[in-house]
Write a protein that binds this ligand. Structure first.
Ligand SMILES: Nc1ncnc2c1ncn2[C@@H]1O[C@H](COP(=O)(O)OP(=O)(O)OP(=O)(O)O)[C@@H](O)[C@H]1O
Ligand SMILES: [Mg+2]
Length: 368
């Protein structure tokens, strides 16, 4: 899959923009605060149907304007896809090939992997960030996952509402517990299965980038740090037990404390070092990159499509050798968009690469 052509109107700091991209490498460079990240954000919006960076859709509208609009022409070997997204202060409208579709229906249609300096937080930050990371990519790998997660989420919300009331009818709580275990177990199984499948790809990426110095292992942890097999009965039993253990606390605090919404992903280097607390900066950065590189491979395998790859400001952190290596790894088959403040970050020059210079929301100078 690749993005041939992009049009923007009132999107962030772009008043009007029309661009044609290379099928392979697109390098977007320019000084700070010119619109490099904003451009990538518009591409991600077309693939996911919702913003990756902005909290609200309307944050994407150019200041002082009332709406914004993005249109992308995508191409796969045997078909085209035109996606249009219009956002007003109160509403959003999405069209696929000219037909209005539900706002949440385009998520994952065009797979995309976004790298940004914030990725380090997936390794270092709160468990929520690791869960979000798993969920976003799981939904792109298996579109069915979103429905599985949503079914759990609805039960979670209703159970929380019940707990918050203060007075809880034990029979009603039992009924919700059953639902929570049922739906939550499905989510956990999906996640464990994904982690098991991507583990070798991610380990391979870490191995290569670290110059064969590091092995990276991933463990999905449920219910206060338990590592469980991908077995429905085992997960259900552990879930039920933990609900019993925390029953008093849940009633006191009025919130659901057990379930996939509290789980975590542990990253371990060289069999014993927990990366979050004991890894070096370099090891953590490499792992943040490896996680996503591994997913690219998994997406290709599961979807039979090459995802678009967006790298925001990631190259500057690596030495020339690693840069070359990383570029080679990425550019092999997917369409790639890279941003940097320096053109020198990219020691490449061939007919498949287009350089774009961004200045104050305008891309007026294109150099081949
Ligand atoms: N909704 C908006 N309307 C207009 N301008 C905006 C909007 N949101 C952000 N901007 C501005 O757009 C400019 C470019 O932002 P962007 O994040 O794309 O910069 P960048 O080129 O990636 O810079 P850096 O190299 O520092 O990462 C910034 O000055 C930012 O404040
Ligand atoms: Mg930026």
């Amino acid at each position: 899959m690749y993005l041939k052509h992009l049009e923007l109107k009132n999107f962030r700091n772009y008043r009007k923009l029309t661009l044609d991209f290379s099928e392979q490498v697109n390098i977007i460079y320019g000084k700070n605060a010119q619109g490099k990240t904003n451009l990538l954000e518009s591409i991600a919006l077309l693939c996911l149907g919702k913003p990756v960076r902005a909290k609200k859709d309307f944050d994407l509208i150019k200041w002082e304007e009332e709406y914004c609009f993005c249109r992308g022409y995508f191409q796969e070997s045997d078909y085209d896809l035109q996606i249009e997204i219009g956002i007003g202060t109160k509403e959003k409208r999405i069209k696929v090939n000219g037909q209005i579709v539900k706002n949440n229906s385009i998520f994952g249609r065009i797979p995309i992997v976004v790298f940004s300096p914030d990725d380090l937080q997936i390794v270092k930050g709160a468990p929520q960030l690791r869960r979000d990371f798993i969920d976003v990519y799981l939904a792109q790998i298996d579109p069915n996952y979103r429905f599985v997660y949503y079914a759990f989420y609805k039960v979670l919300q209703q159970r929380n509402r019940l707990l918050k009331q203060g007075f809880v009818n034990p029979e009603e709580l039992d009924a919700w517990n059953e639902q929570l275990v049922e739906k939550g177990t499905k989510v956990i199984r999906y996640r464990i299965s994904l982690i098991n499948e991507v583990k070798p790809f991610i380990a391979e990426a870490q191995h290569v980038i670290s110059g064969a110095k590091e092995d990276l292992d991933l463990e999905y942890l449920s219910f206060n740090g338990q590592k469980l097999p991908e077995d429905e009965e085992v997960i259900k039993n552990a879930f039920g037990e933990e609900l019993q253990n925390l029953k008093g606390t849940e009633l006191r605090r009025g919130v659901t404390l057990v379930g996939p919404h509290r789980d975590d992903l542990r990253l371990i280097i060289n069999q014993k070092i927990e990366l979050k607390n004991f890894g070096s900066q370099g090891q953590q950065r490499t792992a943040a990159l490896a996680l996503k590189l591994g997913l690219i491979e998994k997406i290709k395998e599961a979807r039979g499509l090459n995802p678009l790859i967006l790298l925001d400001d990631v190259m500057s952190e690596f030495d020339d050798q690693r840069k070359q290596h990383l570029l080679q790894l990425l550019i092999s088959s997917s369409q790639t968009f890279l941003t940097s403040t320096s053109k020198q970050d990219f020691p490449i020059n061939n007919q498949h690469t287009i350089f774009f210079l961004v200045e104050q929301g305008e891309i007026d100078h294109v150099q081949y």
